[in-house]
Ligand binder design. Structure first.
Ligand SMILES: [Fe+2]
Length: 206
């Protein structure tokens, strides 16, 4: 008997196909992100292991960013983050949409409000809005404007954590905020599984 496509496990490859198909439907941003989050929920609750090459931590990194897929039309990227004990990101924002799913482990997310009027590009005054736990299978979606989605993500425990991030941009730069100095800077972000000189655009699952 031949398995139909729907009988195959809902893995990263199927997820990437579904996200691409959602772009083809001409949905507005909020509806598209809502449906991408649905697909992500299916992916991180499906019990499918990630390809081993994406689980590899870089011991020199504050947390490891492994690029899984670049959409050929440049509409989105999928990145696997590999987190050691209590590793955390900087405080940053997202200028485009973003859907995060916790594949294994527990995340702790801290959200910030921005108090200044953004008139000085090098400065930012933040206040903690709140924080939340995101357990295995949880999905978080962020939308622009960037001043409304400033946050920090961390592995909440010593246990390894894996999360899968889908971004509506190349995922290679972010605005980073420094609380005590009240400053903001643009930071370039690397993919730890893409060697220097290799084009990220060549990383494809489908
Ligand atoms: Fe983020």
């Amino acid at each position: 008997m031949t398995a139909s496509p729907d009988d195959t496990p809902y893995d990263l490859t199927r997820y990437v196909r579904d996200v691409g198909a959602l772009f083809d439907r001409g949905l507005d941003l909020e509806e598209r992100v809502r449906l991408i989050a649905q697909c992500k929920r299916r992916l991180v609750n499906g019990g499918q292991a990630l390809p081993a090459r994406l689980n590899v931590p870089d011991p020199t990194a504050p947390y490891t960013r492994n690029l899984a897929h670049v959409d050929p039309a440049g509409r989105f990227v999928v990145i696997v983050l590999v987190w050691g004990a209590y590793q955390e990101t900087t405080i940053h924002d997202h200028s485009n949409w973003c859907v995060v799913g916790v594949h294994a482990g527990t995340a702790h997310v801290t959200d910030y409000d921005r108090l200044d009027d953004e008139s000085n590009p090098d400065a930012a005054e933040l206040i903690v809005r709140g924080s939340s736990m995101a357990f295995t299978g949880a999905v978080l979606a962020l939308l622009p404007p960037s001043r409304s989605n400033i946050h920090k993500m961390a592995n909440a425990s010593r246990a390894p954590m894996l999360s899968i991030h889908t971004y509506g941009d190349p995922g290679t730069r972010a605005n980073v905020f420094h609380l005590k100095s009240g400053t903001r800077e643009v930071m370039e972000l690397k993919f730890h599984n893409v060697p220097e000189g290799v084009s990220a655009e060549s990383v494809r699952l489908v």
